[in-house]
Structures are given as C-alpha cells and as structure tokens.
Ligand binder design. Sequence first.
Ligand SMILES: Nc1ncnc2c1ncn2[C@@H]1O[C@H](COP(=O)(O)OP(=O)(O)O)[C@@H](O)[C@H]1O
Ligand SMILES: [Mg+2]
Length: 297
Amino acid sequence: MTRSAVHLNRDEPAVEAIDVVRSYDLGAGRVAALRGVSLRIMPGDHLSIVGPSGSGKSTLMHLLGGLDRPTGGELRIGGRDIRTLTAPELADLRNRTIGFVFQSFHLLPRTSAVENVALPLVYRGTGARQRRARAVETLTRVGLGHRLDHRPNQLSGGEQQRVAIARALVTDPAVLLADEPTGNLDSVTGESVLALLEELNTERGVAVVLVTHDRSLAARTRRQVIIRDGLIATDSPVPPRAVAAPEIVDAAPSAEPRFASGSESGHPSGGSGGAAGATGRLRPSHPLPMPRRGGSR
Ligand SMILES: Nc1ncnc2c1ncn2[C@@H]1O[C@H](COP(=O)(O)OP(=O)(O)O)[C@@H](O)[C@H]1O
Ligand SMILES: [Mg+2]
C-alpha cells in the first residue's frame, strides 16, 4: 500500500460538487457543458451516471477527479475546495485520492504492463523497488500476474483495460472514476471488467463511479444518476431487486454486444451536478478499508 493515500472520513463526501458549472468559450460563443450540478460521492459509494451522448458525463467525471476545474460553483475533493489549491497541489491530491479508467485505456504504448501500472507511483516519489512490487501485486490482483512484461499491443482489449484498472488502483485511491470502461470491449470481456469494479467496491470499499450508456449496466449499481443536457435529472437508489446479480445475469442475453457505440469524447471539462446525493447503499455496513494516507497538507 502506498502510504500517502489521503485518509477520508467515511461520513463525509469523498468528492462533492456544489452547483457546478462548466462552460467553454468557443469563438462563436459559450457552450455550457454543465449548468449547475450538485453531487456527492460518499466513501464506499457505488453509482452509475447515465445520459445521452453530449449530456456532460465526461465533463463531470473530469471535474470530479480534479482533472479540470469548474467555471462556477464549488468542487471539493477529500473535503478540500479545489479553488484553494495550486495546480501541483491539485495534482497531488488527485494522485492520492482518485483513480481513473477511460474507455480507450490510455496506456503508454511502448511500455510494459508493470511499468504502466507503476507510473503513478513515480509522481509520489515511491522508490523503484517498491513501485515494481506494488505494480506486480496490483496486476496480480486484477488477474494479470502472468502478463507483467507484455506491452499494450500484446494484450487483448480486456487485458489492457485490466492494466488500466491496475494503474488506477496502484495508488490505493478511495474513489475510482470509470468513464465508459466497457465501451470498447465485447460483452463477455466487458462483463469481467464490470465484475472486477464491483468486487473492488464490495470487497475493498473503493467508491466506484461508472459512466455508461447501458441501462442494464447502470441498474447494477446501488445508485443511479441520470444526466441530461448538463443537469442532473434524477439521482436515486436502484431498487434492491435490480441489484440482485442472478436476475441481471439471466436477463442479459449474452449474445448482445454492449458496445457504447462510439460516442466517446473525453474532454477534460468540468462537472456540475443537479441533485444532491442520496447514497442509495444497500450494504452500508461493509468495512471501509480506507488507507491511512499520511498526506501532505
Ligand atoms: N473541450 C471542450 N470544448 C468545447 N466543448 C466541449 C468540450 N468538452 C465538452 N464539450 C461539450 O460539452 C458537452 C458535453 O460533453 P461531454 O461531457 O463529453 O458529454 P458526454 O460525455 O456525456 O458525451 C458537449 O456538447 C460537448 O461538445
Ligand atoms: Mg463521454
């Protein structure tokens, strides 16, 4: 475990957006990707964000993860208002709190799996031996202990996404933000990636935020946020019945591909959120192994 992950209080939001606006200045005028979004991600939360292409999902994810800043409203990560942070401070807080998984993996191409996974630890100043040890351990955890030295082009899509998940996890984040993580995968492979994310949530208490086009995937999270035209339309717990794994598995015809039909953008933009967050947890009592992060600041 990396020692310096941020320690979060389980009763306080890990990430919170308060009336967040993100607009872009284009030559011709201003585009508001998010128009006043309020959303709380609690430690151990498991939620999906669904909405049509262009509704602001990726913009919101970038903001929630501190990859971008709002143009209005307030964004708090680990209780800290990011307006008070310099760029290096925000990068450090992000590194110690958040893991990202993208639809298109974003791995370094000529770099082995183990080196890709170890990279975030470089920014933390972790020594080379420990970086490797942590990367090997994390790759093993995602089922890739036998692919350590493979480069991305020597791995299947599902394996590449597992490497990306391992890279997101190696810093021991409290929150994992996954923006259409199964969008480039076939349905069977996508299923295994989703199962891995679910396991991280239930077994390790990592808060998982899943952006998806697919309502059947969204129905598997304990809370569902629907975003439309830059605003949160609904934010509600998924009924317990919808979460029961066996019914979902049976209900999903396995031959049906789950491609998210290529609407990926992935702009670093800001997020806002409409409705404030119910956590919709069904199992509020599982232990949250929040790492102690002896953090700076
Ligand atoms: N960097 C950017 N510059 C200009 N407009 C952007 C930028 N990023 C996103 N947008 C616009 O903001 C809206 C929301 O985009 P996005 O968050 O990517 O939606 P989604 O992920 O739901 O498909 C879209 O209209 C998009 O064109
Ligand atoms: Mg998107």
